[in-house]
Design a protein around this ligand. Sequence first.
Ligand code: F6R
Length: 588
Amino acid sequence: MCGVFGYIGHRSNAALLVFEGLKRLEYRGYDSWGVVVVGRGKIYVKKKTGKIGGATVDELPPGSLAIGHTRWATHGGVTEKNAHPHLDCTHTIAVIHNGIVENYESIQAELVHAGHRFVSETDTEIIAHLLEFYAHNMSFIEAFVKTFQRLEGLNAIVAIHHKERVLVAAKKGSPLVIGFGKKENFIASDPSALLPHTKEVYFLEDGQMAVLRDASVSVMESASQKVVKFSTQILDWDVSQTHKGEFHHFMLKEIYEQPQVVLGIAGSGGEEVKRIVSLIRKTKDLYFVGCGSASYACLAGAYLFSKIAQRRAHAIAGSEFLYHLDFINTKSVVVALSQSGETIDTLESVSYAKRKGAKIVALVNVLGSSLYRVADAKILIGAGPEKAVASTKAFIGKIAHLILLAYALDKRVKEGQELLRKSAEVIREVLAEKNSDRIKKLAHRICGVNHIFILGRGLSYSASLECAMKIKEISYIHAEGLAAGELKHGTLALVEKGTPCIVLLPNDETYAATLAGAMEIKARGGYIIGISPKKEGVFDEYLPIADVGDASMIPMVVTGQLLAYYLALERGLDPDMPRNLAKSVTVR
Ligand code: F6R
């Protein structure tokens, strides 16, 4: 949450460079944005509320040191004053921040007492004033160290001073990645934002700070100032993957990339997978943990492992994991699922589990991310950069890996790979024009409703939760995924004449029972939309999918993604940046 971008180097268009960086990071927060550049020995600021849209930074002067920020508000409303960067009283220091300063009120009281004037309602502004306060008696870098040590909570900060040719950064919790160029260096909260400039990066660890200069970067322990020797790594993504290309939205582009993602996974299964399989085989205490869509992938993982490999696994949402800790011990294995590898509740779950001696396996999309670094064993999802806030290809990638792992556990890895190849074909069929037109028409028909219910059993239950999540977050229609058998225990009371109920009917052991549920809804006036390989008389609308056995939730979810996308368009909404949300939830 919140996008951070900084530049120091030989180019004189630093403000524009940072501004372009912010555009690439906007999915991390789009309440407001701001850029600060040091030009002609002074600090110049531009801040705006709302999305970047067609804005420019043309009025900012040339300069070769700049920082910028896209905000997802925590403390203080969405106003220009609350937008970052924040300045000190003398307008010589600028700060950008991702996180929450938990003790900001007491620090602010202290600073007000010392005569500092605050202009915003944010926790961040105290950082600029604290820097100013300490910089009276020490160097800017020393003041930065002192300031960072005073902050409680999980924070990443970047600061500049109009007279110092440095960009200083520190982190605990929220991510920061340094990009290395030729006589220029960059810092960002997400590596994909660095791709147009460099692939050589270093992910700052918690408790580390960095001093970026034009032609050098030093990393230190922020508590002791001890210099840290670090090695850079090379990103395996390409800048072309971060463009929308021919698509109107990143979400649609990412939906259409899914056959390739699944095919890529079908071709995986190497040494690291074998190591993970052997780790899992040794434990009787297996957990999946993840948040949001990733938590639904966890639930699917538990069903897949049970069905394909007869292995028991517990699926727990990251924010609930703490309350299951009594059961975690040195024999436990925790598989953490995350696109970004930076989701705070997932990271905290992993760190609790580690403290109890559990082994950590990561299924993660971002190379070098916090989860990637902390895990004992890892699989890269291989979905490429995911920019739309609503996760699509990373979710399907997680499911594909879980299918392959389950088959590998049952010593049938080739069968799993074959199933995934078939699934990639089936996704193509869902995306084909004739089918997507059918979904588009359905979206047109039902876009005015208040509720949509989605029913599934077994694996399709987790698919129902994911389809509902997609619909809710980008179309703002209340959608509820349900275990089909649970409907008549309460929620059926909400079904009225014409209420759309999507029924997930794969060709498996759940078919007859879910179909009976569909009949009961129909008897109460519900409008039945069947997603299934077979057409049933009870359906008012039929969205066909081919039968791919244990992987059937893949085409179901892809159908749900398209429906959500077209519902958002019908309602005049931007599917890439839904209100109130942001990608990569790095605050609690
Ligand atoms: C929903 C969505 C979120 C994420 C969740 C976890 O479409 O994108 O629910 O799935 O915030 O994110 P990662 O996978 O980055 O840990």
